[in-house]
Design a binder for this molecule. Structure first.
Ligand code: NAD
Ligand code: DAU
Length: 349
């Protein structure tokens, strides 16, 4: 089959494309604007494969999207392109509205005109979304596919909005659509503005390890390769019109995550000063509107599509720390010119 992956030079998109090229026989067109978060070096292992192509394009360019989809004639569109960082959305929400809402509208329209002109029975528009659309949990409970939407950040509100557009294109125009809402991903090739790579890289560089507030906020962590395997199941076997939640059943406080990284680093690269990595932990001002807890009930995708994560948090984190240790070139390349100034506080300072 032929897959369009939007946002394929990003963290999850690149894992998706490596999976499609390495583990299947499908062809892939990567549609990416290469923002600060997109890097083709994440795809060097597959970039010479004849089943892979790249086009540098902005999903906010409606005509270009229509042309790309009409020319490539995909069986599946996996839509991942987005502005993805919550702190960044607090400082500058405009780009999130453009890319996540208007961009999704353009890709949907392109998919609709292509779908209406073809007899392709395999066609599916797969919208890759987030558990953050459901808001914030207290100490108990899980997000299910029936949980009401309650987004609380500009990022999650823009993703919620795009989810609604996708459902509307399914119900109104008969476009075969499917949505996934996933919890926090971690793993190789993640841009170092997100918690786990930021902490690993700061620790390497003997910099403070910033923990927002008291560090008790909880996220449900999933290795990115497990997410890619789940996305493939949904794109190829999911029922049109359905939503599937994806998560790792790995609820950790942020302090637990940071402590895990410190402990792993003690084992593989003890500090020259003989002091402990944990001594670098620094509690900093909290994120405005910081969601307290995310946790996913994954029973639907397990029951209906037979997906389960393969990686435990312990094995996945050990692999991830080792990967960043061995891939300083990638880290330096993506961080080049990237200011490590704390994001997300412009509205409160
Ligand atoms: P990322 O920021 O690492 O990558 C986003 C990619 O989209 C980049 O390659 C970027 O260049 C591209 N892009 C941005 N704006 C574009 C535009 N206007 N036109 C074309 N390309 C553009 O993001 P990620 O973490 O890989 O997330 C991918 C998707 O998965 C997003 O839709 C995000 O909401 C969703 N998601 C992420 C997580 C997570 O933990 N990272 C969890 C659940 C869902
Ligand atoms: O839940 C899925 C979402 O997970 C995705 O939709 C988003 O694209 C992705 O960025 C992620 O959002 P989070 O806001 O949860 O991820 P982030 O890595 O920014 O933060 C994780 C937690 O760590 C959060 O509680 C804030 C905290 N944090 C973050 C940073 C960057 C810190 O304590 N210190 C930090 O320096």
């Amino acid at each position: 089959m032929k897959f369009i992956v939007t946002g394929g030079a990003g963290f999850i998109g690149s894992a998706m494309i490596r999976f499609l090229i390495d583990e299947t026989d499908h062809s892939v067109l990567n549609v990416d604007k290469l923002t600060y978060a997109g890097n083709l070096q994440s795809l060097t292992s597959i970039s010479e494969n004849p089943r892979y192509q790249f086009v540098n394009a902005d999903i906010c360019d409606a005509d270009k999207m229509t042309e790309i989809v009409a020319d490539f004639q995909p069986d599946k569109i996996m839509h991942l392109a987005a502005e993805s960082h919550v702190d960044r959305s607090v400082d500058a929400p405009g780009e999130f509205i453009q890319t996540n809402i208007i961009g999704t509208f353009n890709v949907l329209n392109a998919a609709r005109s292509y779908f209406e002109s073809t007899s392709n029975k395999n066609f599916m528009f797969h919208h890759v979304s987030t558990d953050e659309v459901f808001g914030s949990l207290g100490d108990d409970g899980f997000f299910t596919e029936e949980t009401s939407y309650d987004p609380r950040s500009p990022y999650s509100a823009s993703k919620a909005s795009s989810d609604h557009l996708v459902r509307a294109w399914g119900a109104t125009y008969g476009l075969p659509v499917v949505i996934t809402n996933c919890s926090n991903n971690y793993g190789h090739y993640q841009f170092p503005e997100k918690l786990i790579p930021l902490i690993i890289m700061n620790a390497f560089n003997e910099k403070p390890l910033p923990v927002y507030g008291d560090g008790s906020n909880i996220r449900d962590w999933l290795h990115v390769d497990d997410h890619a395997r789940a996305l493939y199941r949904v794109a190829t076997e999911g029922k049109p019109g359905e939503t599937y939640n994806i998560g790792g059943k790995n609820e950790k406080t942020n302090l637990e995550v940071v402590a895990t990284i410190c402990d792993l680093l003690e084992g593989v690269k003890p500090r020259a000063s003989h002091s402990r990595y944990k001594d670098l932990i620094t509690h900093v001002q909290d994120r405005p509107g910081h969601d307290f807890r995310y946790a996913i009930d994954t029973s639907k995708i397990e029951r209906e599509l037979g997906w389960k994560p393969q990686e435990t948090f312990e094995t996945g984190m050990a692999r991830t720390v080792q990967w960043y240790l061995g891939n300083q070139t990638w880290c330096d390349a993506v961080s080049d010119g990237y200011s490590q100034t704390r994001l997300g506080l412009k509205s409160v300072n």
